[in-house]
Design a protein around this ligand. Structure first.
Ligand SMILES: [Zn+2]
Length: 382
C-alpha cells in the first residue's frame, strides 16, 4: 500500500432546510457583512432572495454579486474582487454550481493576497488561508464545495486556467437538497452523471487511497442507486438527498485522488464546441472505460454493481459488461451516444488531443496514455 495523506478540513452541514443555519455559521466567523456570489438564473427563480433574506434575518449585511457566467472569466473574478473590497465584506457566500463557487474561491485569494488570479495559476501558489468561503451548491454536481481547485477562463489566451491549492477549500459547505429539486431533467442528468464520473475516475485513479476509495464507493452507491429516479422526479426528496451527498463524497474523493482521461478530454471538447461539462464527460465515458479496461484490477466489477439494476450476481464478469451498463445508463438519461451527435467535428481532434495531453488528469489515468492513444480515443468516441 502506498503512503498517503488525507484530510477533510470543511465543516459540512447537510439536510433539507439546512440553509436556515447560515446566520449561525457566518457568525461563528464573526462575519457581520458578506459578499453573496451567485448568478442571474438563481436570482430569476427567487433562490438568491431566499438566501439573502435568511442571511439578513441574522442581522448580517449582504452585498450581492450576481454576474457569474458559465465558464467564468478573469474579468468576472476582477469585478467580484473589486466589489468585495469596496463593500467592506468580511467573508464570502457562494451560491450556485461550480462557476459561482470557483469565482468565490478566486475572490477569496485576491482579497487576502492581491494581484491577479493568473498569479496563482497552477499547483500550490496560494501562500496561505483565504477569506472564509461558505459554499452552497445548487447542483449535484461539481463537488466544488469540497475541492481545492478553481477553474477560470482566461480569454486573452482562450484557455481554462486552474488554481489548485488546499488553501482555497471553502471553510463551510451547506448541502440543502431542497435547492436541487427545481433543476430541469436535462441538468439533473448531466450534473448527476458528472458526479458519478468524478467517483469512477477517482476510484480507478493511480492516486487512489483507502480514504478516497471509501468516499468514491459511497458516492457510487448513492448516485448509482438514485440517479434514474432523481432525473425522473427531482422533487423526490430521498433521491435528491442521495444525489447531493453522493456528489459531495465524489468531490472529496477526486480532490485527493484526481481524475482521469474523461476529464482531460472533456475540457477541450467544451472549449472548442461549447458543450456542457457533464454532457461532454458522459459521452466520453464509455470509450475511455473501454480503453482503461486493460488496466482493470477488479474495480470494474465493483463499479458495475453500483450502477447496474440487474440484481443477479455476475459470476462471469467481464469489463465489457460495465461499458454496456454505462451506455444503457446514458441512454436512459437522454445523454447522446457520440461526440458527433453533440456537434464535435473530426478536424479539431488533433488540437483537442494536444490540449488533453496537457491536463494533469492524464497522469492519474490508470492506463498510460500518449498522444496517439488520445487521438484514437477521440475518434472512438465520435
Ligand atoms: Zn466534472
Amino acid at each position: 500500500m502506498k503512503d498517503f495523506n488525507f484530510k477533510i478540513p470543511q465543516n459540512i452541514e447537510f439536510g433539507a432546510g439546512s440553509l436556515k443555519k447560515l446566520p449561525k455559521i457566518l457568525k461563528a466567523d464573526e462575519s457581520e457583512h458578506v459578499l453573496l456570489v451567485s448568478d442571474r438564473g438563481l436570482e430569476s427563480i427567487g433562490v438568491v432572495k431566499k438566501v439573502q433574506d435568511i442571511i439578513e434575518a441574522g442581522n448580517i449585511t449582504c452585498t450581492l454579486f450576481l454576474d457569474v457566467i458559465p465558464n467564468p472569466t478573469v474579468d468576472t473574478v476582477n469585478q467580484a474582487a473589486a466589489l468585495y473590497r469596496e463593500c467592506g465584506a468580511e467573508s464570502i457566500v457562494a451560491l450556485g454550481g461550480g462557476s459561482s463557487i470557483d469565482v468565490a474561491k478566486a475572490v477569496g485569494v485576491l482579497a487576502n493576497y492581491g494581484g491577479k488570479i493568473t498569479d496563482y495559476e497552477g499547483l500550490h501558489k496560494v501562500p496561505g488561508p483565504i477569506v472564509p468561503v461558505t459554499a452552497i451548491p445548487t447542483t449535484a454536481g461539481t463537488g466544488s464545495e469540497v475541492t481545492a481547485s478553481a477553474v477560470i477562463t482566461d480569454e486573452s489566451r482562450n484557455y481554462k486556467l486552474s488554481v489548485i491549492s488546499y488553501e482555497i477549500l471553502p471553510k463551510y459547505a451547506v448541502l440543502d437538497p431542497e435547492l436541487i429539486m427545481t433543476a430541469p431533467a436535462s441538468i439533473a442528468a448531466s450534473c448527476g452523471v458528472d458526479a458519478l464520473i468524478h467517483a469512477i475516475e477517482a476510484y480507478i485513479s493511480d492516486f487512489a487511497t483507502p480514504f478516497t476509495d471509501a468516499m468514491a464507493e459511497k458516492a457510487m452507491e448513492l448516485i448509482g442507486g438514485n440517479i434514474r429516479r432523481f432525473v425522473a422526479n427531482r422533487t423526490n426528496i430521498e433521491a435528491a438527498s442521495a444525489m447531493m451527498l453522493g456528489s459531495n463524497f465524489a468531490g472529496i474523493a477526486f480532490a485527493w485522488a484526481k481524475l482521469g482521461n474523461v476529464h482531460a478530454m472533456s475540457h477541450p471538447v467544451s472549449a472548442y464546441f461549447h458543450v456542457a461539462h457533464g454532457v461532454a464527460n458522459a459521452v466520453l465515458l464509455p470509450a475511455v472505460m473501454e480503453y482503461n479496461g486493460l488496466a482493470d484490477d477488479g474495480r470494474y466489477e465493483k463499479i458495475y454493481h453500483y450502477i447496474s439494476r440487474k440484481k443477479e450476481s455476475a459470476a462471469d464478469f467481464e469489463p465489457q459488461m460495465l461499458i454496456d451498463e454505462i451506455r444503457e445508463l446514458n441512454a436512459d438519461l437522454g445523454i447522446p451516444a457520440s461526440l458527433s451527435e453533440i456537434g464535435v467535428t473530426e478536424d479539431k481532434i488533433e488540437a483537442m488531443a494536444e490540449d488533453a495531453m496537457k491536463s494533469a488528469n492524464v497522469l492519474a489515468n490508470p492506463r498510460q496514455t500518449n498522444i496517439r492513444d488520445m487521438i484514437a480515443l477521440y475518434k472512438k468516441a465520435m
